[in-house]
Design a protein around this ligand. Structure first.
Ligand code: NAD
Length: 488
């Protein structure tokens, strides 16, 4: 095995969205950069086994659902035929295009990309173990962007190919007849959307008393109502106590969860899970109960970098770890584990290294579940506003009064806005309905710009669009709405 030595002004460990953004920004600021990625391609979990392939499959699922629902509009399609190989290779073509784009962007910036497993050997050196050679990178500054991995439940038969994590689910190796999703969070529900469209019978089991526990219940309700009809079962406040591998399937046992509710209120311990059977047999089980940071896998101690018990690396607003020339960004520094948060943090770290006065001071990080309907929220949730005793005005505009939504055959959507009682300033917003994930960006901008309900309601939104619903919600607060009648 050969050993090469490289010097870098900045080494970035991890080539996901946070890592490559940090590397590219640092290069644009004149730094000589080495980017280390253990996989043979750039893009990390998000591009290769996360956000992007799931969106490619969700688009397919949406088309299947939409064609089914067009019967009510007078157009009937025959049952779609699935060519799994073709769906898979189309999904892969999307990620390959983006992989190619990223290596092109790295080349244009003269960022050296090293493929191999990187681990610290000291506070100024990293060893990168490639397939055939080891490279030692001596660095002046490092940005750790080594991400996270799916949480495994150790008592489950994790080596059984019928027990999936999100990567297995995205591989689309087969369409199981009966699929159980453990965890009613974003990954679980996005994958449920895909496999339901492809013909699996779906059951969901969730520990808490609502799906997507971080989001306000009123925004969840339209999704919950729709999937309750589509899926075989959704068991809330239910724990999986065991999974036993049998020849004819995975036997899953359930019990009532003695969990905290989404509002932090303890639920009654003991007893049977809400409506769940004692046990049931499934052809496949997807475990999507969160992700854990990779902080303990990079020999951070050899660089003197603190890693907490869970594997997170504490950082300050400049993304600096306890070692002043080593920075960390993305999933490895804390929740929410979202690509767009990592990208912003990556740019901050690169700018601080280049001597800029930068800091991560975003007022909010938006969340989106790309389910059908989509759910998106940002800023203060109503649950948090209540918990913190913040005085707010609230409006929720029903999409049943939006011509655009009705013309799409959808009327379950809601656009909700929370404004500070005294000033009218926007505190938070949430949307549920088709394209909610696209619509939330306007609310984020409004929050960052300190807009109040009047600013939003006086901003002319094109008609007829779903974006109008945001202005209508603001008009409900200012009292100027004419598209609804609100009794004084
Ligand atoms: P999550 O934390 O969003 O959801 C996990 C769910 O599992 C929670 O509802 C939790 O209450 C439940 N749960 C935990 N333990 C359980 C158990 N033993 N039995 C039943 N339910 C249990 O995690 P995720 O969906 O795995 O996603 C992981 C991360 O990836 C999150 O940070 C998420 O935001 C991110 N992600 C984001 C997107 C997106 O932005 N669209 C998509 C995918 C993933």
């Amino acid at each position: 095995m050969t050993e090469t030595v490289l010097n870098a002004e900045v080494v970035v460990l991890g080539g996901g969205p946070g890592g490559y953004s940090a590397a590219f920004r640092a290069a644009d600021l004149g730094k000589q950069v080495v980017l280390v990625e253990r996989e043979p391609v750039l893009g990390g979990v998000c591009l290769n086994v996360g956000c992007i392939p799931s969106k490619a499959l969700l688009h397919t699922a949406l088309i299947i659902h939409e064609t089914q629902e067009m019967a009510e509009h007078g157009i009937s399609f025959t049952k779609p035929e699935l060519d799994l190989d073709k769906i898979r290779s189309w999904k892969e073509s999307v990620t390959k295009t983006l992989n190619g784009g990223l290596s092109g962007l790295a080349k244009q910036r003269q960022v050296t990309v090293l493929h191999g497993v990187g681990q610290f050997t000291s506070a100024n050196s990293l060893s990168v173990q490639g397939e055939t050679e080891t490279t030692v990178v001596n660095f002046q500054n490092a940005i750790i962007a080594a991400g996270s991995q799916p949480t495994k439940i150790p008592t489950f038969p994790n080596d059984d190919p019928r027990l999936w994590d999100s990567t297995d689910a995205l591989a689309l190796s087969q369409i199981p007849k009966k699929l159980l999703i453990v965890g009613g969070g974003i990954i679980g529900l996005e994958m449920a959307t895909v496999y339901h469209a492809f013909g699996s019978e779906i059951s969901v089991v969730e520990l808490m008393d609502q799906i997507i526990p971080g989001c306000d219940k009123d925004l969840i309700t339209p999704l919950f109502r729709r999937i309750k009809k589509q899926y075989k079962d959704i068991w809330l406040e239910t724990r999986v106590t065991a999974i036993e591998a049998q020849e004819d399937g995975l036997k899953v046992s359930f019990d009532r969860a003695d969990s905290l509710s989404a509002g932090g209120i303890p639920t009654v311990p003991g007893g049977q899970g809400k409506g769940a059977p004692e046990s049931e047999l499934f052809d496949a089980v997807l475990v999507a109960v969160g992700r854990r940071p990779n902080g303990k896998l990079i020999a951070a101690d050899l660089a003197g970098v603190n890693v907490n018990e869970q594997g997170f690396i504490p950082v300050d607003k400049q993304q600096r770890t306890n070692v002043p020339h080593i920075f960390a960004i993305g999933d490895i520094v804390g929740n929410p584990m979202l690509a767009h948060k990592a990208v912003h943090e990556g740019k901050v770290a690169a700018e601080v290294i280049a001597g800029h006065k930068a800091g991560f001071d975003a007022l909010t990080i938006p969340s989106v579940a790309y389910t059908d309907p989509e759910i998106a929220w940002m800023g203060l949730t109503e649950t948090c506003a209540k918990q913190q005793g913040i005085a707010y005005d609230k409006a929720a505009f029903p999409w049943a009064a939006s011509g655009r939504s009705l013309s799409m055959g959808r009327k379950e959507g809601i656009t909700k806005i929370l404004c500070e009682k005294e000033t009218g300033r926007i505190l938070g917003a949430g949307m549920v309905g088709p394209n909610a994930g696209e619509l939330i960006a306007e609310a984020v901008l409004a929050l960052e710009m300190g807009a109040d309900a009047e600013d939003i309601s006086l901003t002319i939104h094109p008609h007829p669009t779903l974006s109008e619903t945001f202005a209508f919600a603001a008009e409900m607060i200012t009292g100027t709405i004419t598209d609804l009648y609100i009794k004084k």
